[in-house]
Design a protein around this ligand. Structure first.
Ligand SMILES: N[C@@H](CCC(=O)N[C@@H](CS)C(=O)NCC(=O)O)C(=O)O
Length: 219
């Protein structure tokens, strides 16, 4: 078996796929493809030119959700991450989508981009948009997730799922941008984040990510 993941470690979507692979104990190679400076051949892998993409022999796929779903279907003997029945699978997709499409524009494409990516390209940080995201836009989104989690240990079915990984991937990028979940206001979500962060899957990728982060911040 030779799975290849295309992308860069600091992308939350690439991280989601890597965590999914690690939780499923599937070996893979990471081939570095930058999001905005890609070789011409990558268009054949993903015509949208976004990362991540996956190659499994002759099978080529793009989009982190599609890739994780493929891994779940192709390797049913591995840890299930997409829920164990129709309700859980739907709830998992909902929270994954919520993280990828509602949190991401703020956590990754605002806080992380403004505080890390733009300065690394000698562009100024627009602190006003970061503050708007942190003070006004993200709190109601976190309020919903805090309530959704309730007293459970994980967001869906009380087992680790892709929903938890997608959420943690976004909080990780927000953290790289210098912002944390407020433990007083969102104690249950903060505990979930700490619980997932402590897992070997996340611990295995964080040191490499932090090295890249340090090199970007130094620029
Ligand atoms: N829905 C996609 C989103 C992928 C995505 O937006 N990736 C970003 C990097 S974090 C990218 O490749 N951006 C380059 C572009 O949009 O041209 C997924 O889940 O894989």
């Amino acid at each position: 078996m030779s799975l290849i993941v295309y992308g860069v470690p600091l992308s939350p979507y690439v991280r989601k796929v890597r965590l999914c692979l690690a939780e499923k104990a599937l070996a893979y190679q990471l081939e570095i493809i930058l999001p905005f400076d890609q070789p011409a051949w990558f268009k054949d892998i993903n015509p949208l030119q976004r990362i991540p993409a996956l190659k499994d022999g002759d099978v080529v796929l793009a989009d982190s959700s599609v890739i994780c779903q493929y891994l779940e279907d192709k390797f049913p003997e591995t840890r299930a991450l997409l829920g164990t029945n129709a309700v859980e699978r739907a709830q998992m997709r909902w929270i994954e989508k919520y993280a990828d499409y509602e949190l991401a524009p703020l956590t990754t494409f605002t806080v992380f981009s403004q505080r890390v990516l733009r300065p690394s390209m000698n562009q100024p940080t627009d602190e006003a948009v970061v503050q708007l995201a942190m003070q006004e836009k993200l709190p109601p989104l976190f309020d919903y997730l805090e309530k959704y989690l309730g007293d459970a240990e994980y967001l869906v079915g009380n087992n680790l799922s892709l929903a938890d990984l997608a959420f943690v991937c976004q909080i990780t990028n927000m953290g790289y941008g210098g912002e944390r979940l407020d433990e007083q206001r969102w104690p249950k979500l903060s505990a979930l984040y700490a619980r997932v962060k402590a897992r070997p899957s996340l611990q295995a990728v964080l040191p490499g990510e932090q090295k890249i982060l340090a090199s970007l911040v130094k620029k």
